[in-house]
Write a protein that binds this ligand. Structure first.
Ligand SMILES: Cc1ncc(COP(=O)(O)O)c(C=O)c1O
Length: 426
């Protein structure tokens, strides 16, 4: 009998059968050979992964005292997160984000903010529905929208200053899509913003909510960098504090990955007031819950309100100092950047170092900095920048000392390249 050909994977996951992008591969390589001032001074300095390494000492010390688990932690519990964990999260959100009461029943814990977004898209949207996504964006959003929920990102290109979108950009895109028969069901916002480092004002959020409501769209606001506001003159305005009630159509996402430097613990939070979505969400975290051990440790951590307050103060001060070190290095090199007030990023213009104003030149520069300077940046192309030559630098991913080494290496690499070019031209 002839052998039937059996496909290796189902059609549900066929779209995942693609290699990692070169910029992800570069980060994997950098992880294997990381810079250390004493033990590996020639290692890679990786500014391409959104992590905060500046305050690990404070957390490691605290976590040592949060892991004395009782037997109950070893058993099954509510998959949304056990009650004590969700109660602590509710108090925490009330204090730092919402400044009003938060209903414990609207809190759903899962394995990170990426997972939280995926769950929301699965619950609220149909396969194939479009999600408006302002560019430049955090590249992982594409995966969060597409991978499991099978929704479609619809990129909105910005026309405002410093790459910021305006309401008319959203409107134009929505009209265009609806004219061509595409279904658009949601808008995904990120504030504080990855990669631009700005936050929406109260007025902007109010206008966006009235616009999404007029157009029957779900609004999902990712505030994962909400407590990483380092500018002395800025304050977070959370969507939870703008609206007295989120209603059925506005949803909040946060996680411990960034503000508490714990991307490896995989603990994210959804807050929704949509009762139907809540019913569905009761079941889904079974597939992607936070382990009992992690919930226990994080409950202990959050319940120490003095620690949390001091940690946020110290962490934002460290972010501010490291951001300032990068800015002065960039100023010395004559590189311009979009001023940032929160989050981990500097969005900077490396056009002066490119042979031409093209995506190809951007890729070539990225590769040269990676191979010759061993400095990893995120090329703007993967964030869907509207202009070649912009790069994202995650400044919190390494110490200020490493930052100085990195920019020195970059300078040497650029100078060397320019000299080589001059010799070749002669
Ligand atoms: C804006 C934004 N949302 C979500 C995530 C994913 O976070 P988590 O590690 O909690 O899944 C990231 C990670 O870089 C991010 O920058």
């Amino acid at each position: 009998m002839e052998k039937q050909q059996v496909s290796k994977v189902s059609s549900r996951v066929e779209h995942l059968l693609q290699p990692f992008s070169p910029h992800l591969e570069a980060s994997f390589a950098a992880w294997k050979d990381p810079f250390d001032p004493v033990h590996n001074p020639n290692g890679y300095i990786n500014f391409a992964v959104a992590e905060n390494k500046l305050s690990l000492d404070l957390l490691l010390e605290k976590l040592k005292h949060c892991r004395n688990i009782p037997p109950s932690v070893l058993g099954y519990d509510d998959m949304r997160g056990n009650e004590s964990f969700r109660k602590e999260i509710a108090k925490f959100l009330e204090t730092y984000f919402f400044h009003r009461s938060v209903d414990v029943d609207g809190i759903f814990c899962c394995a990170g903010a990426g997972c939280a977004l995926d769950l929301l898209f699965q619950c609220l949207l149909e396969q194939g529905d479009g999600v408006l996504l302002p560019a430049p964006y955090y590249p992982g959003f594409i995966h969060d929208i597409e991978a499991r929920a099978r929704c479609r990102p619809i990129i909105v290109e910005p026309t405002g200053q410093h790459f910021r979108f305006q309401l008319q950009d959203l409107e134009k895109k929505l009209v265009e899509c609806r004219h061509s028969g595409q279904s658009v069901k949601a808008l995904l916002l990120c504030s504080p913003n990855n990669p631009l480092g700005f936050m929406f004002t109260r007025e902007e959020l109010e206008n966006i909510v009235s616009w999404t409501r007029q157009n029957g769209l779900q609004l999902i606001v990712d505030e994962i960098y909400g407590l990483s506001v380092f500018s002395k003159s800025s304050k977070l305005v959370s969507i939870g504090s703008v609206l007295d009630e989120l209603g059925d159509d506005v949803h909040f996402v946060w996680s411990f990955s960034k503000d508490f430097c714990m991307s490896g613990l995989r603990a994210g939070v959804i807050y929704t007031e949509n009762r139907v979505a809540r019913n569905a969400l009761r079941f889904l975290p079974y597939f992607c819950g936070v382990s009992g051990d992690t919930q226990f440790a994080l409950t202990q951590l959050l319940s120490d309100s003095e620690f949390v307050q001091n940690f946020i103060r110290e962490n934002t001060q460290r972010l501010y100092e490291t951001y300032s070190v990068h800015c002065s290095c960039l100023d010395k090199l004559g590189i311009s950047y979009v001023p940032s007030e929160a989050g981990f990023f500097i969005w900077m213009n490396l056009n002066p170092w490119m042979a031409s104003h093209t995506w190809e030149s951007e890729r070539e520069l990225w590769r040269r900095l990676l191979d010759k300077a061993k400095v990893v940046l995120t090329p703007g192309e993967v964030c869907h920048s509207t202009e070649p030559g912009w790069f994202r630098c995650c400044f919190s991913a390494a110490s200020s000392e490493a930052a100085k080494v990195a920019w020195k290496r970059v300078e040497q690499c650029i100078v060397h390249h320019q000299e080589e070019n001059r010799k070749r031209e002669k």
